[in-house]
Design a protein around this ligand. Sequence first.
Ligand code: GLC
Length: 637
Amino acid sequence: MAASEAVLQVVCGSSSYDFHNVTSNKSKGFNTRKRSSVHVQAQISSRPFRASKGKHVFHGTNKLESLVCNCKRVESVNGDTNNNHEGAQSKLDKIQNSGSLDEIVTDSTQRGEAMGLDVAVKHNNGGFTSKDKLHIDGLSRDSLNKVSENSIEDEAWDLLRSSIVYYCNNPIGTIAANDPSSTVILNYDQVFIRDFVPSGIACLLKGEYDIVRNFILHTLQLQSWEKTMDCHSPGQGLMPASFKVRTILLDGDDAATEDVLDPDFGEAAIGRVAPVDSGLWWIILLRAYGKCTGDLSVQERVDVQTGIKMILKLCLADGFDMFPTLLVTDGSCMIDRRMGIHGHPLEIQALFYSALLCAREMLTPEDGSADLIRALNNRLVALSFHIREYYWIDMRKVNEIYRYKTEEYSYDAVNKFNIYPEQIPPWLVEFMPSKGGYLIGNLQPAHMDFRFFSLGNLWSIVSSLATAEQSHAILDLIEAKWAELVADMPFKICYPALDGQEWRIITGSDPKNTPWSYHNGGSWPTLLWQLTVACIKMNRADIASKAVQVAERRISKDKWPEYYDTKRARFIGKQARLFQTWSIAGYLVAKQLLANPDAAKFLTNEEDSELINALSCMISANPRRRKRGRKKQSFIV
Ligand code: GLC
């Protein structure tokens, strides 16, 4: 096995799988984690559905501790995938062929019950349903026609369960989409880090902790560990965009298979984009896990602490950039293809800020980390000042920009970034309500991207990157612009769409990102959960409830699409996957949180007083504010 391939190998068919031992190499300082696959061998019994050799022992207080793992991989011998759909389909085929229903049910039930989940079986829409749902299938047509809110929720749970991906028979994540009608799978059969976040939260809120814990610890194993100068390798600390569980046959033994975790850091992704958001989401989910379960042992582990620090170091590293915002390439987040969001896009900044706060909460004090914590604190203050001050626009600010003087050469210029007022787009004048405002999409020298990016704005509320006043104003704007941002399906990814020459230049004539489609003004149901957290945080849950009701009109009937097209979200996206897991999970999280708003605290960050003090000092020292009352002095070259 090439050095760049195998990181660790655990023969789970014959030995215990000990997370502590597996991961402790890192804490010992061994450089064993490279950017390659993680292998776990599963020695399989030759009898189908009957192997129970491996015993997975997870240290800690989780339910898997005593689970005897059934490494029943024989049904997927040809497949290189652990795709749940294929696995379950293959199982059903076997049921039909062998008639060994009891065996299958017992086997699956053991695994399902150990997780506290229902057992997935094939559903006639191509998705899967639980055994409880089978009962529902027996109901009369009349009662089926009464599509209640609850039945949508039940269906969503069934679909979420069926999207679970197993690694050595343990739940480890959820597949991005489980669309049986799709002929082109691309990488939608993988577990995406960002896509798993709502799935993980839905599980946490339901009391299903193991899958999240497994996800956190296994993705940690995939984190890029080796610092390399090779421009084709990810930098130290980078988390992959996605990973796939491959089940492969071992050479010379057709009864033995090996489970392989195969990460993608963007080197295979369309456009080769680096997933900057993955590590940030990982930190946010880790903190949510601790808050929700009360189990801090995961975040306190040495290897997890090291993982957090590696992400932080990567983000806090010095570069050529002068701003406290994180400088990234285009498509480094949920919008993972060219959309003119290179530079300092809001979404990354909001996640960065949130991850810094979460990390600060979780880092255990130790001698070596004082510098890192100092750097983190400095960055938090500078970042929130920068975003609140320079990204914020409302009617008053647009008017100020409209009258900006340009070409100011001075330390205390008012128009610091030399924004030419001609940049104010005509749509903004219509879009900006008299009450409300938002954070712009991006800020660069002589460039303000005035587009409204939803995730960045919502997460700025959630993380307290925006002030309380700004947060309310963003929600005011959402209410005022309901027809533009929600319309027939929540929630528009950004507003407005790029069109014409602008679309040609900025997207590179991307046929997937045509106006009002996909990332270019498409509507993404997954954003419901972030909207809900933001609304609950600001005590305005009614806005989220209304959006959920809008979604419920169509989302299940439309088979849980990935996104919707057109200005008012009237069509299912042209290339949208159906049964997209994060559309399902996003809806579920929204429902769970609306039913139990207190749980939103697992995800929100409150501003601390130290930060507020530091900020008010900076704001009072800011020339833009200071100068409002005095004569303007500018230096023109
Ligand atoms: C698309 C989305 C990306 C998502 C992936 C998997 O590429 O742009 O945000 O993670 O699909 O669902």
